[in-house]
Design a protein. Structure first.
Length: 73
């Protein structure tokens, strides 16, 4: 899957967001069927080994954007 916007840095994400349990953008807890799999991503830290992570996002992009705006205020 192609992500329409760039992924945020891993350092700014919660563990739940990094593991795909919460939305990458708004932080909402995700359930199967109400999510969009953003595919395997590779992290290449400055030190240590590269690793894969599997972000997910809300399937309802309008609701996600509204939650994201509320958190930004």
């Amino acid at each position: 899957m192609t992500v329409a916007r760039g992924l945020p840095p891993l350092s700014g994400l919660t563990e739940q967001q990094q593991r795909g349990r919460s939305c990458l953008w708004c932080g909402a807890v995700l359930t199967v069927g109400a999510d969009t799999d953003l595919g395997e991503q590779r992290a290449r830290p400055a030190t240590g080994a590269a690793y894969s992570w599997f972000p997910r996002a809300c399937a309802d992009t309008a609701a996600c954007a509204a939650r994201e705006r509320r958190h930004a205020s």
